[in-house]
Design a protein around this ligand. Structure first.
Ligand code: FUB
Ligand code: ZN
Length: 605
């Protein structure tokens, strides 16, 4: 089963078309402008000196690289001369400032020139990886080779130092990413040495103590990767590592590696993932903790980590057909990922909490301490961060989202995600034109038409679908003739969801989902005190629309205690529940109307 690359698929309507249009029109420029203002683009001139403003951070290269990758993805669908000009100018600077030997890294050129390949915690190989991904994307989009050739030269140098000479102060990267980039470079150039280097970095991780300021578990170096069974440490690093492992497992047929990936994936999906698909629940090390530790108020759930899990799940699906992977992707897409970006496309959450109590935000100011011990997530999205890894990651992710829709194995076309789209599949002399029509996730109806030949088709039956389908590994199989259309209706009632009782913080609470979309209440729609609102298991939801936000709503009869402004801090319980209406909006749309309380897991009556 091979994935149909997003460059062969066009999203033609619906939510994702609106998001892609927003990125093309607004987000890509908003992120660019903030990166210009903060000196990230200028840093590529490599002329920073002590005393000057905008000292380059050691992973600024990667911020811009991700932006370039996103801009390249846009160019792949429709040429964008303005974006190409920015990219070409940046590539010129890279080539100009690249060493004779191929080396390119802003920080280790202008800030710590003596430190090349000496500090495992400073993301050198991570930056090289993102630059390589960007170069491959730009080459694929435009056919221009300059960036690709520059990165080939750099990677050849890395190969020589890390794999041939082995004279660097560390063996494997402190922040994984280059592994999956090397696989992309291998696929693009067919040069086996890049696959060898990717495999080397994967195989060597955890086999020795590395000189590193970061704890071994934080960058998954505590054990050789084949012996790892649990997702641990920094969540983004973990996901990028697992992506690399899954890539290598698929390309080399390495069953042991594939099995490690399966075990780790199951560990994440069954014990360490929010209902939104978010992962990495603590701000301390931006990391996974113990199973079922999924706090809502102080959730970390970094946007990049959600992206990373979707990328990992996509690669697992490349290895074996199983809807558990595509279901997780869907959960992320419509929730933990989409929440990252404001509805106007200009600002972003780094951290995606599942509950907001605004007054807790000011807790640090009144404690008398710097108060960094408990960090409450920001209540509002920001346009840029000092560590601004998420915004450009969001740009490259939305622009390549069609990567998740289809796969083909020459006999069967697999449909994993439902997005209105068109694609073409070549099977020898036969070229199949596929067009999918749907308003998903507004409703669960999907039509898929095939022209150009007959085929088997396997469609994912979503995890939330209550209708009965005959499935194998969560997919329903049909035969479809040339010119025929298959019509599916998964239904899409609102449902109450409960968490396993091990997730202590969610006990006695329900979350609301309609199809793949998790809903939440905001104070602004519900007179605040959201924790005091209770719903019960007979709740019946009415669908509607919030016109100003342009999103669907759900309303339900609920209860709350009768208001008593004179109540003391504590008083003897009296049952004074009164009926009220509770209004829910999609979780992804929270925090678009100023600061407000927000709650996903609602108390039960
Ligand atoms: O360290 C580089 C990026 O910044 C990581 O991927 C994010 O988690 C953040 O730490
Ligand atoms: Zn991030």
């Amino acid at each position: 089963m091979e994935r149909i690359d997003f460059v062969n698929t066009t999203i033609t309507g619906g939510l994702w078309k609106r998001k892609q249009d927003m990125v093309r029109k607004t987000t890509v420029y908003a992120v660019y402008d903030r990166f210009v203002e903060t000196g990230r683009f200028d840093a590529f001139r490599c002329n920073w000196k002590e005393g000057m403003p905008n000292k380059p951070h050691f992973f600024w290269d990667s911020d811009v690289a991700k932006w370039i990758e996103g801009a390249a993805n846009l160019t792949a669908e429709k040429r964008e001369p303005k974006l190409e000009k920015i990219i070409d100018e940046t590539v010129d600077l890279i080539v100009k400032n690249q060493g004779e030997d191929g080396y390119f890294n802003i920080f280790f050129t202008v800030v710590e020139p003596e430190g090349r390949f000496s500090d495992r915690s400073k993301h050198e190989l991570y930056c090289a990886g993102h630059l390589t991904e960007a170069a491959v994307a730009y080459f694929k989009a435009t056919g221009k080779r300059k960036f690709l050739d520059a990165m080939i030269k750099y990677i050849d140098y890395i190969y020589d130092r890390f794999y041939i000479k082995r004279d660097t102060a560390f063996t494997t990267p402190g922040h994984e990413e280059i592994e999956l980039a090397l696989v992309k470079l291998y696929k693009c150039t067919k040069n086996e040495k890049y696959l060898t280097l990717a495999k080397f970095f994967i195989d060597e991780r955890g086999k020795r103590a590395e000189t590193d300021r970061t704890p071994a578990m934080s960058n998954q170096s505590h054990l050789p990767v084949r012996e790892q069974t649990e997702a641990v440490g920094h969540a983004v690093r973990a996901m990028y590592l697992y992506c690399g492992m899954a890539d290598i497992a698929k390309l080399t047929g390495d069953k042991e590696l594939a099995d490690a990936c399966k075990t780790i994936f199951d560990n994440v999906a069954s014990k360490k993932m929010y209902i939104t698909g978010g992962i990495g629940s603590t701000s301390c090390g931006e990391a996974f903790t113990v199973p079922y530790d999924l706090p809502n108020l102080v959730a970390y759930s970094e946007s990049c980590a959600a992206i990373g899990l979707a990328l990992f799940a996509g690669r697992m699906l490349d290895i074996e057909l199983d809807s558990k992977y595509s279901d997780v992707i869907e959960r992320i897409l419509y929730n933990g990922f989409l929440s990252s970006t404001s509805l106007d496309g200009k600002s972003f959450f780094y951290v995606n909490p599942l509950e907001i109590i605004p007054y807790l935000q000011s807790r640090e100011d009144v404690s008398g301490y710097d108060g960094k011990a408990i960090r409450f997530p920001a209540t509002q999205r920001k346009e840029v961060f000092s560590c601004s890894c998420c915004p450009p990651n969001i740009v490259r992710f939305i622009t390549s989202i069609a990567d998740f829709i289809y796969s083909d194995d020459g006999e069967t076309l697999y449909v994993h995600q439902y997005m209105q789209s068109k694609t073409t599949v070549s099977r020898g002399d036969v070229s199949l034109n596929i067009s999918m029509t749907t308003r998903y996730p507004e409703n669960g109806r999907v039509k898929i038409k095939i022209d150009g030949g007959e085929t088997k088709i396997a469609v994912r039956v979503p995890f939330w679908c209550e209708k009965k389908f005959d499935t194998i590994k969560g997919y329903a199989f049909f035969e479809i003739k040339d010119g025929e259309t298959i019509s599916l209706d998964f239904g899409m009632p609102a449902r109450l969801i409960e968490a396993k009782n091990d997730v202590s913080l969610d006990c006695g609470r329900y979350a609301v989902m309609r199809g793949p979309v998790v809903y939440c209440m905001e104070g602004i729609d519900n007179d605040g005190h959201l924790r005091d609102i209770r719903i019960d298991s007979h709740s019946s939801f009415k669908t509607g629309k919030n016109e100003s936000l342009g999103v669907p709503t759900l309303t339900v009869c609920a209860w709350r205690r009768e208001e008593n402004p004179d109540a003391p801090l504590y008083s003897v319980m009296r049952r004074r529940l009164v009926g009220c209406k509770a209004t829910f909006i999609p979780y992804y749309a929270f925090a678009n109307r100023g600061e407000s309380e927000m709650l996903v897991w609602v108390n039960t009556k």
